[in-house]
Structure formats: C-alpha cells, structure tokens
Design a protein around this ligand. Structure first.
Ligand code: ZN
Ligand code: ZN
Length: 399
C-alpha cells in the first residue's frame, strides 16, 4: 500500500492492523513502523494523489466546517449523512482495495462518512447520527465539496372542528391573480380568494412557533367550504416545512390557535406525528354522520314526510359524479350506502334530519338528487324539489 502511494488515512483503513490512534494518525504510525523495518520503502516516488481516495480525507475538516456553519443556528437532534462519491473513484478504490488491502477493510464511502461524523460530533453537542428519519439530511458531494442541508419537515396530528361557514380547508389562491405574492385589487393584496382557511388558522401559529417556511395540510377528507364540521372534529396532519426549530409546547399553541380563531375553528388532540401518518390519515375511509336542512315547496303531511325520508335508511344509493365537482372528478356512477337516518324534524316547509353514511357519499345530492343523478333521493321519495339550506358534519367515525 505504501509503494502505490496510499495516504495515511487510507493506510489505516485498509492496513488490516490495529493501531492506538485512529484515522490518519493511525496510518502514520503504521507507515513509521513499516519504514523502520524496510528503509527502501521511502525511496519510492510518492504520487501527488492517493490512488484510493484522491486525498478526499484532507477535505474532512473543511466539510465539517461547512456542516457546522449551515446547521449551527438550527435546533435539531438527529442527523443523517449522505455522501456522493464519483462512481469511477469508487470502482478504482474497490479494485485496489480488494487486490492490495486487508480483507474486510472498510470501503471509501463508509470511512469518509465516519470521518465526517467524528468531526461533527467533536464540534457539536447533542447530535445523534441516524440511518433513517433524520431531522437534518446532510448531502455531501465529494467532487465539488458542496454541502446541502435538507431540513426534514415536522408533522403534528390533531382534529379540527369548523364552527363557521365560508372557510375552505386549504389555502385557496385568488382566482384573479392566481395568488401571486403581492396580490391584486380583487383580493386586497392578500393573494387569497378567502381570507381564512383551516390550514392557515391552524398552521400559521405553528409555523411561527417552529420558524418554518410553509405548511401543508393533510385532512382525513374535506368538507365543502359552506359545511361546518362539528362533533369530535376531523382528523388531520399538519406538515411544517423547513422548520428551524422542532420543539415547542403544543398546548400553548393549541390555546393560541383556539383563541385566535374563536367561532371559526377549534383544534384538539394535538400530538407529534410523522410522515407515515399522512398516508394513513389520507387513506382512511370512514363512515360519517351529518345533519342536513332543506326546504320543500308545497310540503305534504308531516307523517308522510317522515315516512318517506325514513324509507331511505339502509338503502344503497347510485350516485353519478355531481355536476358541481365534475370539472375535477371523473364522471362515473358509484354505490354508497345510507347506514341510518334519524331525528327527522318538520318545521313548516323546512325539514331537517340526521344521516349516517358510507365514506364518499354526496350528501347534498342525497337530498336534492342533482337532477336525477342520485337515485333514490329525498327529492324522489317526496316527489318534490328540495333545496338544501345547510349541511353539518356531525361526526367522522374514525380514530
Ligand atoms: Zn487516501
Ligand atoms: Zn388577487
């Protein structure tokens, strides 16, 4: 190894000998030992670059410096290091090491990563290196010595109740200016179609507390903008992107959100979560209970109304994709079960009832029939046009 010009660091890792010191110091002691034994060894011309690492280990301090510079201000516990080494260097190194090195010696990439880790550990407190789900992913390009720090998002699970109408679940960019930063006249410079959204009413206080760049909102389904969501509320996961700190007192922020958004939304059950819960929440298909109120012209007898609506309890609906969502959903027919209907209340020409149904049921359409696209419907059993006044989600039967 010395004859082919191996550097001290590589000598240590492929030398196959235990030394008291590690890394380059260990290699230096191996070299001194060998030279003392065989004077001729020092007469070989040493190439400028180590054939195994091309002097990569000389850059460890530099890399460690860059990492501490870029992460010093961040409050993070776990780091993962990813190293990109040019493929031809890896292949050459592998060939030489297999041929001349001790069996079982550590490959270049892993050793380099170890050396960087050791350097970071000696300079920063409270750091843990992990193999998955780090707080910070550090990517090192060995060719350019570029260091990129990817701050992984933080996830928080909770449930929200939407107490007011006219609030979309997610941020909705202004239609006129498409939500550009400076906004336009139509949106009074906000860039938003609606000033409030569940996403921002909840997300902004958390974003500020964790000094994050932005949020993503992952709900277990969504209700229409004019629909309230009551009962225990709707489960969701809030994703905070590029947070500069990862810890905060959740209860304190929950209190701030609830005080801030009083009569609009309310959150509860908040806890720290992770990315895999995002898919769980998004994929959960659960039954839901609703209250709905509608108006009929020329209402029949109360008993006839109650009997007709009750007859829908337990039926399977055929629902063609409603007109109102057909621009974003494929047009198809699907079957959805009405689990039960209860609490039918008749007040003049207004009627209200509770209904529990399968996930994905179009409930307004169950009442007004969407011009016959939902069969059967309250409209079809009452043989009269029904106009929905309001709809509330009363419970989401999940979690
Ligand atoms: Zn080397
Ligand atoms: Zn605008």
């Amino acid at each position: 190894m010395i004859r082919i010009g191996t550097c001290d660091h590589c000598l240590h890792r492929v030398g196959g000998r235990r030394t008291e010191a590690l890394g380059a110091d260990g290699g230096a002691s191996l070299r001194a030992e060998a030279l003392a034994r065989d004077k001729e060894l020092s007469s070989f011309e040493v190439p400028e670059l180590c054939p195994l690492c091309e002097n990569l280990f000389e850059d460890v301090d530099n890399i460690v410096e860059r990492i501490t510079e870029q992460t010093g201000e961040l409050d993070h516990g776990s780091l993962q290091i990813g190293v990109h080494v040019p493929k031809d260097l890896i292949q050459d190194e592998d060939r030489i090491r297999t041929r001349h090195g001790a069996t079982g010696s550590r490959p270049l990439k892993a050793s380099f990563s170890d050396a960087v880790q050791a350097g970071v550990t000696s300079r920063m407190d409270g750091i843990e290196f992990v193999k998955e789900r780090p707080d910070l992913m550090i990517l090192i390009d060995c060719l350019t010595l570029r260091v990129d720090v990817d701050i992984r998002p933080v996830f928080i699970y909770g449930r929200y109740r939407k107490l007011g109408r006219g609030i979309p679940q997610t941020r909705w960019p202004c239609r006129a200016c498409r939500g550009r930063a400076e906004g336009c006249e139509a949106c009074s410079g906000t860039g938003l179609q609606y000033p409030d959204s569940v996403q921002d009413l909840i997300g902004e206080p958390f974003r500020l507390a964790l000094s994050a760049d932005d949020t993503s909102f992952h709900g277990m389904g969504r209700e229409d903008i004019d629909v309230r969501c009551l009962g225990r509320g709707r489960p969701f996961v809030l994703e905070l992107k590029r947070p500069h700190t990862r810890r905060t007192d959740l209860d304190e922020i929950v209190a701030a959100v609830n005080a801030n958004a009083a009569e609009k939304i309310e959150i509860s059950d908040m806890r720290w979560s992770n990315r895999s819960e995002v898919s769980r929440v998004k994929e959960t298909r659960s039954e839901k209970s609703y209250s709905i109120r509608f108006r009929i012209e020329d209402p029949p007898e109360e008993s006839a109304i109650i009997e007709s609506i009750s007859s829908l309890s337990g039926v399977t609906l055929e629902q063609q994709t409603p007109k109102r969502v057909s621009h974003r959903r494929a047009d198809k027919k699907r079957k959805r079960k009405v689990v039960s209907i209860a609490n039918i209340l008749v007040e003049g020409n207004e009627v209200q009832f509770s209904v529990r149904c399968e996930a994905g049921t179009y409930v307004k359409e169950l009442v007004h029939s969407d011009e016959g696209r939902t069969v059967p419907s309250v409209t079809s059993v009452l043989e009269r046009a029904c106009e929905v006044i309001w709809l509330d989600v009363e419970d989401i039967h999940a979690d």
